[in-house]
Design a protein around this ligand. Sequence first.
Ligand SMILES: Nc1nc2c(c(=O)[nH]1)N[C@H]1C(S)=C(S)[C@@H](COP(=O)(O)O)O[C@H]1N2
Ligand SMILES: [Mo]
Length: 354
Amino acid sequence: MRLRRGGHRRTAGPAGSVLHSPGRQTNQALLVALVLAFGTGVVTIAVGSPRGAWIAIGHGILGLAVVLLVPWKSRVVRAGLRRPRFGRWLSLLLAGLAVLTLVAGIGYATGLLRTLAGLTGMWWHIGLALALVPLVIWHVAARGIKRRRTDLSRRAVLRVGLLGASAVGLYAALAGVVRVLALPGGRRRFTGSYETGSFQPDGYPPTIWLFDTVPIVDRQQWRLTIKDRTGSRALTLDDVGTPFTSRAIIDCTSGWYAEQDWTGVPLSTLLHPGPKDRSIFVGSVTGYWVRFPIDDLDRLLLATGVAGVPLSAEHGFPARLVAPDRRGYWWVKWVDHIELQTTPPWWQPPFPVT
Ligand SMILES: Nc1nc2c(c(=O)[nH]1)N[C@H]1C(S)=C(S)[C@@H](COP(=O)(O)O)O[C@H]1N2
Ligand SMILES: [Mo]
């Protein structure tokens, strides 16, 4: 017979109930909180406009619910460690990484851990969370969680409510501490990002999503290929047109944002949509690309300069996209082709893959 979590329910947990298995309930609550924290975390990465702020707040509350479950889970873990089992070290690794993920998340949110080993606390938080995914899947598959009818008892619902309310309370208390102690965390944007190098052409960090390298683009050789209702044409940098200035915030997933005055041309002056066009494909010299809904045409800018000077190579010379209210990974650098397409805007991976 395989031992499952439910197997050692006789170890009394803090709830001290004989009727229920505190271990099993702790495990179930923890799994649900972890899955929801992960889901809201992924969505928070994509949130760029204040309408999505509640997702980031929800992510914080769910993370704190996980924190609140730590004392309960450590009892379960201690009981489990008494019997030698296969995968014990993997489980301990999982526990260690989970704690570090929480430390990095809370450290970055409060401002107590802005950077570590040259990488932002947010970067660590995301990296550790991704490393946890296979471990959690293995752990649940190997140990299992038995479901029982009592799982949805009134008592269980009460406990979940209590946990939720405590997590909200802890979130509010933490926000209060950050404010009273004037910690840097109080100055974050709703996305969780910190201000870095606004209004300076080189004050904000050049950032690569995953695997790109900075291309050195020759000004004379560079062409912007445009495809729209009127056909296809190639523009030189001079053809791109009269600069126009627009103030917008670039906000990167790695946890920084910068407000800048961008100079460039509105995409709507470069492209002429046909009646069936549904998306705007923007591609880089490097192969990096994203697809916008056609309705974004009026908001996008093809920038050639920032803070009064031409873009540097790292920041996208000769031309990069400015996509207000969208996170940094939409702001394609080293743009060399833009096409209006009938393809639906959702026809792309949820995040760029290069
Ligand atoms: N071609 C290309 N464009 C890109 C990226 C990339 O890796 N390749 N990274 C994106 C990400 S994740 C961000 S946050 C911004 C960063 O812009 P910056 O380097 O000017 O700060 O560029 C975006 N544009
Ligand atoms: Mo980014």
